[in-house]
Every structure is written in C-alpha cells, then in structure tokens.
Design a protein around this ligand. Structure first.
Ligand SMILES: Cc1cc2nc3c(=O)[nH]c(=O)nc-3n(C[C@H](O)[C@H](O)[C@H](O)COP(=O)(O)OP(=O)(O)OC[C@H]3O[C@@H](n4cnc5c(N)ncnc54)[C@H](O)[C@@H]3O)c2cc1C
Length: 376
C-alpha cells in the first residue's frame, strides 16, 4: 500500500547536503515552488574550492534560469571563446568553442549561488557539517549535523566528489591542485597542457587573474610542491609558469579524487552533481553537469513530495534520466582523459585533431550538453 507522504510530519520537505553548484541550484529550484528547504554547507562562504573554474557554454542558460547570470557578469567573469591544447612534445591544437564560455572563481560563484538560495527563500546555513543520515523516503529522514538534528521528507546529497559521507570511496591515484595567479596572459582561451602523468588547465577569471588547475597521478608529486617538476616538461606550460606569481590564500589541493560513476540513490538519498558522478576535469563540463542533474532530479522530487510519484517511481525515473543524459558524455570524457595523460597518445590525438579539426569539434561537442543560450 502506498504511503501518503503528506501525512508524515517533518521539519522540512527537503534537506540538501552541500552548497556547491548542485546543492544551491537544487535549493533555488525547490524554494521557488514554496517547499521548505534546508541547505547545509560545511565551509563558511566565501571560500576557495578546487576547480578549473571554466564554465562551459551551456552554463549560461542555466545561470539565466537560476536568476544569477547578471550577478556573474557583474562579478567580472571573463569571456572564453577558444580551446588551446598542447603536449609536452610540442604538438598543439586550437579550436573555437561553440559559443562564449565564462571564467569565474568558485570563491565568487558559490557565494553568488548561496546568496541567491537565501533570496529565493531556502533556509541556508554554512559552517554546518552533516555527519550522518538515517531513514527513507517512506518514513522520512533524520539528518545529524554539527549543529543539531533535522528531520525531512527527502534528502538530496550534493556533497561533491569527496566527502566523509561518500559510501564507496575507492582508492584513487589522482591528486589535483589549483591556485590563482597574476603575471600571465591567456587571452580568451581555455588552455590545456599535457605533461607526463597529468594535465594542467589555465583560464582567465575575474580581476585579471588566471586560474591554474592541474590533475595528475600521485607519482609525480615531489615533497609538498603544488607545482611539481613534471609540469615544466611541457615547454608551453613552462613558459607560462616562468612569469606567474601566486595570489596568497588561493591554493587548494585534494588527493584521492574519485572519477567513478556512483549510484543515483544511496539509502534513498537522491544524489546530485558530483555525488552521482563527475565527468573528467579535462572536459571542463562538471559544473554544467552538476546544474543539469538538478534539473532532472528536482521536478521528480517535487512530484514525489506532491504524492504524484511513488518512491520507486522517483528513483527509477531519475536513474533513467541521468543515464540517458550523461552516460555517453562520461564515456567519451574518460577516453579523452586516459589518452591525454599518456604523452605518446596525447601527441597522436592532438596531432590528429590539428590535421582534422572536425574530430576536435566532435570531441568538444560530445563531452557537453546543448547550449540553449549563448552570449554571442
Ligand atoms: C581538478 C578538477 C578540475 C575541474 N575543473 C573544472 C572546470 O574547469 N569546469 C567545470 O565545469 N568543472 C570542473 N571540475 C568539476 C567541478 O569542479 C565539479 O563537477 C563541480 O564542482 C560539481 O559541483 P557539486 O555541487 O556537485 O560539488 P561541489 O562543488 O564539490 O560542492 C560540494 C559541497 O558539499 C560540501 N560538503 C561536503 N561534505 C559535506 C558535509 N558532510 N556536510 C556539509 N557540506 C558538505 C562541500 O564543502 C562543497 O561545498 C573540475 C574538477 C576537478 C577535480
């Protein structure tokens, strides 16, 4: 017998764990319909986060729908129109992007999203860590945090690629660092420079600064250097690094970065954004995917809260929609990532794209969603 969800008395209709792109986007959409939403974030905003900070073309339309596009532009987001790839043996490939992408630090972007969630009526608390969740979609949930216990009819997990809450943390050899720099120009390109065992992205953000973000195999790490010698084996990257000065306080590193695809529900908690699966950083589409995953999940969560979908229907429909939307993108992204971290394969691939630009254009298209609004 189906349980009428509206009979269960709970403090909130939805508790959202994590206020990154997925969590804030979910909170904004849910609060806009008048449901009671609690958004919990362990960090205190504003805060630097590990990310390439390249916002692919389709993000613009999502920002417009969330009502933050103007704030993002006012914050000084840079315009990015080209991709530029190099390998350590001097092969390179330039290609226009299918529209204008943006560059903005997570320090600014996440704070804008958090502010917007508050403005839309979500109850938002930063500096609160979720420690555990018990319950299910039939009886409701209890969410234990560093600042008390909350009850809710649904819980959305938006706690990102790595959290104490992630159940299946397989060992991963990948480490990544990011920091902001001055003293270097990357014009209007997202630059991706391959080196032995990893790759490094450079793109302009606000205030004339450049974000540098690299990911690689842990074997390249030497001491606690955020720019290990391996990066200097790519001559174009070495040239960029020679003039750069790091902006104090902007360095952020992470080890054990899981690139695995995860279940869409974990003990009835609906997983959105990276918590459900992250596309390879090389593709620069993780933030767009995180936003898009909420556009798939939230209408279903609202239908469940309204009694229009049962718990099994909610879970089934979301898993099907997620796989349909992202599966191919993730597979192509994984192939590109595997190729780019091996110098000889990277040489071959970049050379091929240079000689047959249609292949490069196809890869760019196949690793992202459709842009429904561009700034061009
Ligand atoms: C090296 C690297 C480079 C990347 N570069 C790009 C790029 O250039 N462009 C792009 O589009 N994507 C990029 N990505 C991917 C992108 O960063 C993610 O896809 C995106 O951040 C996903 O957003 P999210 O909201 O799912 O997770 P996050 O942005 O990680 O947000 C999760 C939030 O949950 C909070 N949290 C975690 N645990 C708890 C808890 N227990 N209680 C409360 N809060 C909690 C965290 O503090 C965090 O704020 C990159 C990823 C990596 C690893």
């Amino acid at each position: 017998m189906a349980i009428n969800n509206s009979e269960v008395l709970m403090q909130y209709d939805a508790v959202i764990i994590g206020a990154g792109l997925a969590g804030c986007s979910a909170a904004i959409q849910m609060a806009a319909t008048g449901v009671r939403v609690l958004l919990l974030e362990q960090s205190r905003y504003p805060v630097h986060k590990l990310c390439g900070e390249f916002l692919s073309v389709e993000v613009t339309a999502a920002f417009e729908r969330l009502g933050i596009l103007e704030s993002v532009q006012t914050a000084g987001a840079s315009s990015i129109r080209r991709a530029y790839l190099t390998t350590k043996n001097g092969k390179s490939f330039h290609h226009p992007l299918p529209g204008t992408a943006l560059g903005l630090s997570r320090y600014r972007l996440d704070a804008i999203l958090f502010e917007r969630s508050i403005q839309m009526g979500a109850e938002c608390r930063d500096g609160v860590t979720v420690k555990s969740v018990t319950g299910n979609l039939q009886t409701g949930f209890e969410v234990v945090t560093s600042q008390g216990i909350f009850t809710s009819r649904t819980v959305l997990g938006a706690y990102g690629k790595k959290s104490a809450l992630s159940s299946q943390l397989k060992r991963s050899p990948f480490v990544a660092f990011k920091a902001h720099y001055t003293g270097v120009q990357v014009s209007d390109a997202i630059e991706l420079h391959a080196f032995d065992g990893g790759y490094c992205g450079l793109s302009a953000i606000e205030s004339g600064q450049v974000n540098l973000c690299w990911i690689g195999h842990e074997r390249i790490l030497q001491g606690n250097r955020s720019l290990p010698p391996g990066l200097y084996t790519n001559p174009v990257l070495a040239d960029r690094l020679s003039t750069m000065q790091r902006v104090p306080g902007s360095l952020h590193g992470l080890s054990q970065i899981s690139l695995a695809i995860k279940p869409k529900f974990q003990q009835d908690v609906c997983q959105i954004g990276d918590t459900a699966g992250m596309i390879m950083p090389l593709c620069g589409d993780g933030m767009a995917m995180a936003l898009r995953s909420t556009e798939l999940a939230i209408p279903l969560a609202l239908a469940f809260l309204d009694g229009k979908l049962s718990a099994p229907e909610f879970k089934y429909c979301y898993a099907v929609a997620w796989n349909r939307e992202f599966w191919r993108r993730l597979r192509v992204g994984k192939l590109m990532h595997d190729a780019f971290i091996h110098p000889s394969v990277a040489d071959w691939g970049v050379d091929l794209c240079d000689r047959l630009p249609a292949i490069g254009a196809w890869i760019i298209q196949a690793t992202r969603g459709r842009a429904t609004l561009t700034l061009d």
